[in-house]
Every structure is written in structure tokens, then in C-alpha cells.
Design a binder for this molecule. Structure first.
Ligand code: SOE
Length: 388
């Protein structure tokens, strides 16, 4: 196949992480087609032209529709705030482009359903960037579960804790506005642990009960924006309403009978990006912590009594996926490598015509759980995620 032109929409935090993935992937993996970084799009010409230069794009556009019209682009990557996902993705699908979209898929369940259906009908390869599925240690966790090494799964327990808006003077960035972000910690980081639970257990959440909380209800209106991650900015003196959740806590029941416990917050002092899960089975336990992403902790009931205890596996040696493409055992990888892994599998899906997971259907299933949590927070009752 040779090469495929990439058009990236968005040049801030996720745009930088995705750009790094496109730059790296063909230097470490044998990919066909190879990605050609044709153009990056953003509305601010000064900013996007600088980003094109700094991030390694051949050119730039100030209107995503021109990017989508280009005949030298076959894949559109959507790395913008959630309120634009629907319009950009639907335009890309209509133009017959393959699509990689950042999570959460959309700002509403209905939009997510329409996007999923459109991609399936059009037959374009579609992926959502739940990149933590491509941490080698997480892949190992799923392998152990699939092989029955920890027996019947009874409990999935996960937290995703951050502290980037702990300071009340942190301004009202786009992630704190419902009309732009759709929700707060729920859609931003609970989306990740909900997706991980589906991926690891190979099971669906059939019922949830939970609550959303907002502790800092007013914030200074943003004067200027920093790297645009929405994780740093400067603020003025005028105040505005925070219209999303700072935290979400919910219980879940899986179809197979396992229980789920989920907690996310952006107000946990000292927790920079603490995504941790623990899975208890009838024969063992698995523990993963993103801030130590090269390691997986396991406990097997059947270990001989004199060596009973948690083992810490350094998941950097050859038999594990992806790692062999980078460095020898013990030469650890980082958060940014997971984006190259996603892109490697996306390019393989384009070559084979087999849509890689997580697809928009996975994005929809995740969105349905988030929607049920929001309904439960309002009703105070257990709620069922909508099926397609
Ligand atoms: C901010 O919470 C954020 O950048 C998320 O949007 C990403 O999905 C996560 O990987 C890191 O934190």
C-alpha cells in the first residue's frame, strides 16, 4: 500500500501526543501503509502554523473541512474538545476517510450512536483512542484473565485520580464547561477505566449507581491558554460557573456477575495521573498503576505457601507485545509510546480491512455507561446502560 496521508485536527495536548505517535511509529514498527504527516488543522493560523513546524507536519489548514477535502489525506485524526467530535467525524466519514477519534467519542449518547452507525455503514476503519489498552502490562493482564490464571472474576476496582484543578484560582478552561467537554472527570477519565473494565473482563456493564460532584463551583474566566491541554492556563478576575463534575463515584454490575467499583476525581492532591485497577478472581489478583506502567503486580493463590505474595513483573521483555519494537528488556517505555501502539494497530487495520479495537462501537458502549451514571446521579437509583 505504501503510504497514507494523515490529517490531524487539533494541535494542543492530544494533538502533540498523536503527532509524536505518527512521527515515531514507522521508525520502530514495520507498518504498511506508512503515515505521511500531510497537514494539521486549527483555527488560529499563528498557533497552528507554529505547531505544524514544531510537530513535523508538511503543512496546515485553518479549516478542518479543507483538510477533509484534500485528496492526499486518507485518515482524519480528531484530537479536539468533545463538542467538535461529531461534526468533524461525520464530515470525515462522508468523505470516505478512515477516522481515529479521541475519547470520549461524543458529548452525548445519541451523537455517539449516529457516529458509530455512520462509520459502519460507510465501511471506513474507525478507532477511538483508549490508548491504555495498548500498555504492554495491560495487555498482559488481559492475557492472564483470558487464560484463567486468576480464575472466575469477581471484582473490578479502579480509580483514576488527578489534581490539576485543585487550585481554586485555576481558570474556567474548556474541560470545565459542559457545552464544550460534555462532562468533567466522568467523560474525561472515567471513560478510560470503564473502557479498561470492558477490555480486561471481556464483559459488559449492565447496571450502575453513582453520583457526580462539583466542589469548586466558580472559577476565574480564562484570560489566556497555556499548552492548551486545559491543564494549564492563566486567569482573570471575572468568575464563571463550572458546569461539569469534579468527581464521579459509581458501582457497577457486569453481565457475568462481577462487581465494579469506579472512582475518578481531579481533586486528589499529589495524584498527577493515578490510573490504577485491581482485579480479584477466585484464584488470584492483578494490580496495575499507570504511574508505574512498565510493571504488573500479580498474586496467585496456587503459589506454594513459602512464596505466597504479590509478584511484580517488569513487562519489558520480548514475549510481550510492542516492547520488542523499542528497546531490550528493562529499558522502559512511557505514556507516549501507547499512542504509537494505537497508530500501529490502526495502520494494520487499514491494511487488512479488519477494524481494530477499540472501535466506535466500543466508544458507544462506553458512552452508554457514562450516560447511565449521569442518569443515576440525577435519579439516585440503579440505571441500565442503553444498548444499541
Ligand atoms: C486529562 O485528564 C488527560 O489528558 C485525559 O484527557 C487523557 O485522556 C489522559 O490520558 C490523561 O489525562
Amino acid at each position: 500500500m505504501g503510504e497514507i496521508g494523515i490529517g490531524l485536527v487539533g494541535y494542543k495536548f492530544m494533538g502533540r501526543a498523536h503527532s509524536n505517535g505518527y512521527r515515531q511509529v514507522s521508525h520502530f514498527f514495520d507498518v504498511d501503509p506508512k503515515p505521511r504527516m500531510v497537514a494539521i488543522a486549527g483555527r488560529n493560523e499563528a498557533a497552528v502554523s507554529h505547531a505544524a513546524e514544531q510537530l513535523g507536519w508538511e503543512g496546515y489548514e485553518t479549516d478542518y473541512r479543507r483538510l477533509i477535502e484534500r485528496k492526499d489525506i486518507g485518515l482524519i485524526d480528531v484530537s479536539t474538545p468533545g463538542d467538535s467530535h461529531y461534526d468533524v467525524v461525520m464530515a470525515a466519514i462522508a468523505a470516505g476517510k478512515h477516522v481515529l477519534c479521541e475519547k470520549p467519542l461524543a458529548n452525548s449518547l445519541e451523537q455517539a450512536r449516529v457516529m458509530m452507525t455512520a462509520a459502519q455503514v460507510a465501511g471506513v476503519v474507525n478507532m477511538i483512542n483508549f490508548n491504555y489498552r495498548r500498555v504492554p502490562a495491560v495487555v498482559l493482564a488481559r492475557k492472564l484473565i483470558e487464560e484463567g490464571r486468576i480464575g472466575e472474576i469477581r471484582h473490578f476496582r479502579a480509580v483514576y485520580l488527578q489534581d490539576w484543578i485543585l487550585d481554586p484560582s485555576f481558570p474556567l478552561v474548556w474541560r470545565l464547561k459542559k457545552e464544550l467537554a460534555g462532562s468533567g472527570a466522568l467523560g474525561d477519565i472515567a471513560a478510560h477505566i470503564v473502557d479498561l473494565s470492558r477490555y480486561l473482563l471481556g464483559d459488559e456493564i449492565v447496571s450502575v449507581t453513582g453520583s457526580l460532584s462539583t466542589f469548586i463551583k466558580q472559577r476565574p474566566v480564562e484570560v489566556t491558554s497555556g499548552g492548551g491541554a486545559g491543564l494549564e492556563a492563566t486567569s482573570g478576575t471575572e468568575y464563571g460557573e463550572v458546569t461539569v463534575d469534579d468527581s464521579a463515584h459509581f458501582l457497577a454490575k457486569f453481565a457475568g456477575g462481577a462487581t465494579g467499583t469506579f472512582e475518578v476525581t481531579r481533586l486528589a492532591p499529589g495524584r498527577r495521573n493515578h490510573n490504577q485497577f485491581e482485579i480479584n478472581g477466585s484464584k488470584g489478583t492483578i494490580v496495575f498503576d499507570l504511574e508505574r506502567l512498565n510493571e504488573l503486580e500479580v498474586y496467585f493463590v496456587d503459589d506454594p505457601g513459602d512464596v505466597q505474595g504479590f509478584r511484580k513483573i517488569l513487562v519489558t521483555d520480548g514475549p510481550h507485545p510492542y516492547v520488542g519494537a523499542w528497546w531490550p528488556g528493562g529499558h522502559i517505555i512511557g505514556w507516549e509510546h501507547t499512542f504509537a501502539h494505537v497508530i500501529r494497530d490502526l495502520l494494520e487495520g487499514i491494511r487488512t480491512g479488519v477494524n481494530p479495537a477499540p472501535s466506535f462501537a466500543d466508544g458507544y458502549r462506553c458512552q452508554a455507561v457514562l450516560d447511565a451514571v449521569e442518569r443515576s446521579s440525577a435519579s439516585g437509583a440503579w440505571e441500565t446502560p442503553v444498548s444499541v
